[in-house]
Design a protein around this ligand. Sequence first.
Ligand code: SIN
Length: 503
Amino acid sequence: MTTRLDFDGPVILGAGLAGLTAALAAKTALVLSPTPLATGCSSAWAQGGMAAALAGDDSPTLHAADTIAAGAGLCDPEAVELLTREGPQAVRDLAALGAPFDRKADDSFVLSLEAAHSAARVARVGGDGAGAAIMAAVVAAVRATPTIEIRETARARRLLQDATGRIVGVLAQINGALVEIRSTAVILATGGVGGLYAVTTTPAQVRGEGLGLAALAGATIADPEFVQFHPTAIDIGRDPAPLATEALRGEGAILRNTDGRAFMADYHPAKELAPRDVVARALHAERAAGRGAFLDATAAVGAHFPHEFPAVFEACMSAGIDPRRQMIPVTPAVHYHMGGVATDLDGRTSLPGLYAAGECASTGVQGANRLASNSLLEAAVFGARAGRAAAAEGAAGGEPVSLAPLPDLPEPALQGLRQAMSRDAGVIRDASGLTRLLGQLEALEAAHGPCPPLVAARLIVDAALARQESRGGHYRSDFPATAEAVRSFVVREGTAAPRRQAA
Ligand code: SIN
């Protein structure tokens, strides 16, 4: 039996930094979270911090230039300009909410350098604890706002759409029961696609659900082929794989193979601080050649590990590796999705009534390769903008044309999909692997129907096959050169045409 709930405001799917920032900006919102707040979202796991031009010798213009350089030709300059201009205030706003950023004696922010940044501009908390601490502050603020309702163990089973294509609410499963929620707007803040891959640093339940739901409703999806692989997930057989933050390399940690040889000079003059995709491919190559890959922070961090990088230290120690004295085994792992539901600068998608923010959105700021520590920033800046814009939507729209839940992907099929995605749509791709994978996806969809994770995987694979070049996070061994810089905008076949064109 399906019950009905009418909500006079936006419904927000997802409770990471983008979703909760949107809720605070909207002031009145209903947040649906699949897990208890701050437990199942990538934001809470972020080790790096928030990049923003907070230092006297830095500027939003420099931050924008670094973001655009990392994005490998596909960033939207207007979106980047907005992100970097609003960045410092976004950090201060989170600090005012209670996020305990590391400070110097004069109360200015302690700022770290990360790869491909031309200045130290990453605001951190307790070394590698930024995500958890920021989320704790935001969750407290949301819980203290009586006009924000929260439903945990709630997940979306379909976007409700009227005959014109407008989104008029969501069919949710809350504590196992189906609820038809009618609302003035829906904001997708469901995170990325890590759980579609066998090796990921993100919570495994983050598996492209928002992307799939939006695509099935006919929303325009941008650049889905661009998946970022973090070079240094800790390879201790854990799912998801714990992260060894890039800041360790910022501190001077060295990548070595089993023989102890530092190999990054073979791949890029910037060595350990080369762009993330270059380092990920170098590790992939070393591992594929049987030489292994390790992060050696014994000299650079050594005895300071427990207080400077407590999360990494704890993950290593739990697997019997003492990073003060031993090298850390590392592997590339899916870390971030640059592609997503195409939005304008206020989070509007191509479908009236539907907004997106955070990793599941494509605002155009991340291009083909996200600059480190720009993701929490994007979630805060664009989450707030989406929340404000969605709150301004008045009640509109007709009756939903379908109330049927979309199918779920059975666990064994999902696990098979994850292995196949890592093998054939991973760090290195080619036409033969992608074609084989496409066949597998078609067979899975024939067997199980259009499950949102399958639809999300299909978007990645179709676009990866169509992009016959290498750029940023997308590397084709059969097309290693870079071609003309063109973004991908796709609408799933068989859906209604979008009613409003995203920027
Ligand atoms: C890291 O700390 O290495 C990750 C930071 C990021 O992906 O932004």
